[in-house]
Design a protein around this ligand. Structure first.
Ligand SMILES: [Zn+2]
Length: 499
């Protein structure tokens, strides 16, 4: 009965929206066929975009980007196709074909994302700001106050466009189309806050006594965070052994490095970006560009992305996970797979074999990480909430937002005095993305604990490991990313207690 409804709706749409010219043959047209054809076109436009992005990141050449963006935008700005997807989307839960249902969900996300993020006004203002941020000459010509104003203008514009697309604001739209949703996001932040509360209170109490501090400041909280950060850093790997150690690290888990279709380039990268992995053509062409000083862990993280995308075994181009349109990829899960591979270096067995740390030192670092995890979680939360609150309250004083958050999450007892800079590449170019890094840590932690239980303490030396990861988390691409993520974030207890 449900299937019948879908056929009727689709036939209606196809007939009246002109997707096929011959109405007498329309009943034979299946949604799958339409999507197959659309996805082929979508993929070739994504590949064009990937190549343009690669030229930008690897060589600084921007000339191909505008055309690639324009073509992708034009393709996605198709009213008939959007109507078809929105109508079919509402019936997706009645479909027996779960892959088709997921494709509808992703198509809907991509089309909404494109409508907002590719809208002319947003692209124009964002480009102006990006030019100011990357071009040092232009930077001199604009005052920090005007940059702040322009960023606030962009934030308001994004809210306006999100409202036009049917959402309360831009944060809610971005959270929904990237797979998490506002409700799950809020629930996650609350759970993390509550689960880390007791430990954090105790740490602040201890710190105040130990450091003879009466009024706990943001600077004090930062000192506690540094403890976590230092304990989680692995000793520096000498550049001359870096490549051979990567090959060996992968070989230990059963991955033949030479079989991966990956090319890598090194250059002096500007700003905070250490590396950029680009899936040019999935699954056969992945390229990585890194800064000359890239850390071993950051490099492994990019290889993690490469393993993720080059082991896709499905056929739908949309499920491959091209990253150029918001909504196509569950970013929290994707960053989690990156971290899953970089965190191999945090396992005790790996550290004991490849670093000069003794067992006592490894144990000591691990207990420090456990001890200060609550601090790490709360710093991550305020990092992304500072940005997201700007969308909820674009007219509010930024310093007030900062102070409310540091008081609530870091228990800071004295207001901070310096207003944060909001004209940053993260806020301008990667909006509503920062929470993905905290969730990535949760995803990686969850899978590491699962592997530890499955293969024992030397799991990072088990040759079946990569096969298990590929089959369980990677091969189906974006088909299961959101479903897997939901299972993982519903099970936080272990994340708080066991690193
Ligand atoms: Zn990443």
């Amino acid at each position: 009965m449900h299937k019948l409804t879908i056929i009727i709706v689709l036939t209606f749409l196809i007939c009246f929206k002109g997707i096929s010219a011959q109405s007498n043959k329309l009943t034979k047209c299946s949604l799958t066929k339409i999507l197959d054809q659309k996805e082929k076109q979508y993929e070739s436009l994504c590949i064009e975009m990937s190549k343009a992005q690669w030229n930008y990141y690897s060589d600084g050449k921007t000339d191909q980007l505008p055309v690639a963006k324009k073509r992708l935008n034009k393709f996605l700005n198709d009213k008939d196709f959007t109507s078809l997807i929105l109508e079919s989307y509402s019936l997706r839960k009645t479909l027996d074909n779960k892959i088709l249902a997921r494709r509808l969900e992703l198509w809907r996300n991509v089309l909404i994302g494109a409508k907002v993020n590719f809208s002319e006004e947003i692209v124009e203002l964002q480009t102006v700001l990006e030019n100011h941020l990357v071009n040092t000459e232009e930077q001199k010509s604009v005052s920090p106050a005007s940059l702040k104003e322009l960023t606030l203008e962009l934030i308001k514009l994004r809210n306006k466009k999100a409202k036009e697309a049917g959402y309360n604001n831009y944060v809610e739209m971005m959270l929904e189309i990237t797979g998490l949703g506002k409700e799950s996001f809020d629930k996650l932040v609350n759970s993390l806050e509550q689960l880390s509360n007791e430990k954090y209170l105790e740490l602040v109490k201890q710190y105040k006594v130990k450091s003879n501090v009466k009024v706990f400041t943001f600077g004090d909280a930062r000192k506690m965070f540094v403890k976590y950060y230092q304990a989680s850093l692995i000793p520096k790997i000498p550049t001359e052994i870096r490549d051979s150690l990567i090959i060996e690290t992968f070989s230990n888990i059963g991955l033949d490095f030479s079989s991966l279709p990956i090319s890598i380039k090194q250059r002096n990268m500007e700003g905070a970006i250490q590396g950029q992995g680009i899936a040019v053509k999935i699954p056969k062409d992945f390229r990585i560009v890194t800064d000359n000083d890239v850390s071993f862990c950051d490099l492994l993280h990019e290889y993690g992305h490469a393993i993720h995308r080059t082991n896709f075994k499905g056929s739908s181009p949309l499920l491959k996970g091209y990253e150029w349109c918001t909504g196509n990829v569950n970013n929290s899960f994707a960053e989690g797979i990156g971290d899953l591979f970089s965190n191999i270096t945090k396992s005790a067995a790996w550290l004991l074999k490849y670093s000069n740390l003794t067992k006592e030192e490894v144990d000591q670092n691990n207990s420090l990480i456990d001890e200060y995890k609550a601090v790490y979680i709360r710093f991550q939360i305020i990092t992304f909430l500072l940005e997201y609150e700007l969308y909820y309250n674009p007219d509010k004083d930024i310093l007030d937002i900062q102070n409310e958050l540091v008081k609530k999450y870091l228990l800071v007892e004295e207001p901070v005095k310096r207003t944060m800079n909001i004209a940053t590449p993260l806020i301008v170019s990667y909006p509503i993305y920062a929470h993905n890094y905290l969730i990535a840590d949760i995803v990686s932690n969850y899978i590491h604990n699962e592997l530890l239980r499955k293969y024992g303490i030397r799991y990072t030396f088990n040759k079946d490991m990569v096969h298990y990861i590929i089959e369980t988390y990677i091969a189906e691409g974006e088909y299961q990313s959101t479903e897997k993520l939901k299972i993982i974030i519903d099970d936080l207890e272990e994340y708080i207690t066991k690193n």
